[in-house]
Design a protein around this ligand. Structure first.
Ligand SMILES: [Zn+2]
Length: 402
């Protein structure tokens, strides 16, 4: 079995070791007699780094534990046969980030438990942020704030974080709340002085001050409870910096202070809504005048007015308004089209006229392509081709005029 050097020293970055075994598979996994590389487990992500030897250099791209408890180092680069002496070096920045996030999680979970009796049921570490799932059906805004404050107080108090190896019986005596399922008799306890005692195999800080800030972010209801997203240490600083940049940019757009953004945005939304409404009113008014003018200019044939018109600069919404107003009174029929970016055709007739606009639309689209349809008095469609639009509409109008 591999000696897990990270069990006793989370800050060990370099170590000598011997290759015990090369486990074949899709990717060969290197087993060492001892390692400081952390395999993904307990929500914490694996380490990366290098294995150096006389035979060459291999990059460790992933580390995982198999069902038999073997730690497999998946490598790229030179091969490292069994018996090779290697020098392992883990990526210190990546490990340090993981230590900050994972230790922060211990403190945060303990804060929710102490303040509100909320248990953490799972922990997830991502590349951007981390999250815990709390076993609760509701989570109030003040609870988020209170837990964040207590967690950061514990960081600022710079409490020692110690590792104890104890038997299961001792763990019980120490009052460990959650004893993990029996795998081995010895338990590894992480003790944040007078605040939290948890069995854990991960990597941690030596003092809580090393965690830096603990910043709570988004919360969301999930199946098993509430998910709380958070970032710690340098991630918290980077995230806060990014938030500030984004807010400053947004505030620049509305010429206000970042703290006034919600009110400023609400104000903008309000005026946009008012503008949309007044634009719609104006459009209706213009369409009414336009329709009246078209009616006035359309000669009457056999007691009704039939009009074909193509509008290159108007959209469907306007052409439809226009058609509805054109046929509103009297005995009118119209075949209107828009040849704007999204071509459209609208056919309409005054109530009581004998034709069927939906059927005529189907007929027109049979030669123009595209989809559409409608009722007896109003139909609309989106033609695929507009080169023969005038001809098709004129042909329909000619039939209707007879
Ligand atoms: Zn831990």
């Amino acid at each position: 079995m591999t000696e897990r050097l990270y069990y006793r020293d989370s800050f060990l970055r370099e170590f000598p070791a011997t290759v015990l075994e090369v486990v074949p598979g899709n990717r060969a996994g290197i087993v060492l007699d001892r390692t400081a590389f952390y395999p993904t487990s307990g929500g914490q992500l694996f380490d990366t780094g290098t294995l150096l030897s006389d035979k060459g250099t291999a990059r460790v791209v992933e580390v995982a534990e198999d069902d038999g408890g073997r730690i497999l180092h998946f490598i790229e680069g030179d091969e490292l046969p069994s018996g090779t002496q290697v020098r392992g070096e883990i990526d210190g920045a990546r490990r340090h980030d993981h230590i900050e996030q994972h230790s922060g999680q211990h403190v945060l979970s303990a804060a929710f438990l102490r303040l509100f009796g909320l248990e953490t049921i799972s922990f997830h570490m991502g590349d951007e942020s981390c999250s815990i799932d709390l076993s609760t059906s509701r989570l109030e805004a003040h609870q988020i704030g209170d837990a964040e404050t207590l967690a950061n107080d514990i960081v600022l108090e710079d409490r020692p974080v110690e590792i104890h190896f104890v038997s299961r019986a001792e763990a019980q005596r120490l009052g460990l709340r959650k004893i993990p399922p029996a795998e081995r008799d010895e338990l590894r306890l992480i003790d944040i002085r007078d605040f939290d005692l948890t069995a854990c195999g991960g990597t941690h800080v030596i003092r809580t001050g090393q965690i830096g800030a603990i910043l709570l972010r988004k919360t969301e209801k999930v199946k098993q409870g509430w998910r709380v997203e958070f970032v710690c240490g340098n991630r918290a600083v980077r995230t806060a910096r990014r938030d500030f940049r984004t807010l400053t940019e947004a505030a620049g757009l509305v010429s206000g202070h970042i703290w006034e953004l919600p009110q400023q945005i609400a104000k903008l939304q309000g005026s946009a809504k008012t503008l949309r409404k007044s634009q719609a009113d104006l459009l209706e008014e213009v369409a009414s005048y336009h329709a009246n003018q078209l009616l006035h200019d359309t000669p009457e044939h056999n007691g009704h007015k039939v009009r074909v018109a193509v509008f290159p600069d108007r959209d469907l919404e306007y052409v439809k308004l226009l058609a509805q107003r054109f046929v509103r009174q009297g005995n009118a029929v119209c075949f209107f089209a828009s040849t704007s970016a999204t071509p459209a055709v609208v056919f309409a007739q005054s109530a009581g006229q004998p034709h069927h606009m939906g059927a005529l639309m189907k007929e027109a689209l049979a030669s123009l392509g595209g989809r559409g349809g409608g009722s007896k008095d109003l139909a609309q469609g989106g033609p695929e081709r507009i080169d023969s639009l005038d001809r098709v509409l004129e042909a329909l109008a000619a039939r209707v005029r007879e």
